[in-house]
Design a protein around this ligand. Sequence first.
Ligand SMILES: Nc1ncnc2c1ncn2[C@@H]1O[C@H](COP(=O)(O)OP(=O)(O)OP(=O)(O)O)[C@@H](O)[C@H]1O
Ligand SMILES: [Mn+2]
Length: 269
Amino acid sequence: MSQIDDVLGTLSADIDAVFLFAPSDALYEQLSEEVEAVVVVGAENGPGAERFVELPLDFTAIDDRIRFGIEGALENEFVTETDDVLCLGKTYADDLDTAVRVRAGEFTESGVYDLFVNSRAEPGVIRNVLEVAVELGKKGQKGKPVGALFVVGDAGKVMNKSRPLSYNPFEKSHVHVGDPIVNVMLKEFSRLDGAFVISDSGKIVSAYRYLEPSAEGVDIPKGLGARHMAAGAVTRDTNATAIVLSESDGLVRAFKGGELILELDPEEY
Ligand SMILES: Nc1ncnc2c1ncn2[C@@H]1O[C@H](COP(=O)(O)OP(=O)(O)OP(=O)(O)O)[C@@H](O)[C@H]1O
Ligand SMILES: [Mn+2]
């Protein structure tokens, strides 16, 4: 028993901060008395912590949650890269069951925190579009896999770097992502070619856009096709974020600044 305590003790020895991924108010209070920096990472700031990183989506894997929490904490200067951090969360149970020790600067930044917080578009808009893409990926269109490309933010510039493939069904409408009816429309129109263009505030500006950004110097993983190349390139040419559902491998990917930032499997959501 004492051997086990020793092993667990080394996890928490000389740590600079605790990250609570499953915060109870009582635990937060207790830890705050012992550790200088207690960072709460979650959908909500239950304990009202001073240091709080909001999770914009429910990452299934704990390592994705940890990565997001640490990138957020670094960005907010709650911790520094040389800090040793103890992450407490839940993986299998509803209660705390997982402890992970990590050096805050251990990860090469994935940009996932940046994707939500520092995109031109509002974080809620990015999340709503991701949700549509994930749902579309899960169900497909009438049971068949579909692909889709959403370009979010900096819409004026995106429109300038693209041309219409067909009439724009959103021409005179004032609809926003997140409205239930719009989600149905987006799914319906995803059968057709081209990209959706969405404004910073979530207004659907256009469907059926053929993107013509310059692809020079865009470095996306080999094996991805024209849709993904266009998605990567348009985010280098503009300040937009692109969210892509692949028809061929079923994954949802996000691009920003010409780079692939996030890759997730809709089936795991
Ligand atoms: N420049 C572009 N702008 C908008 N849409 C595009 C562009 N290029 C391709 N697409 C759309 O992507 C669809 C699939 O093209 P392609 O198979 O080459 O892409 P991909 O990256 O392999 O995507 P997927 O994994 O879904 O097959 C096209 O039918 C078209 O609707
Ligand atoms: Mn393809």
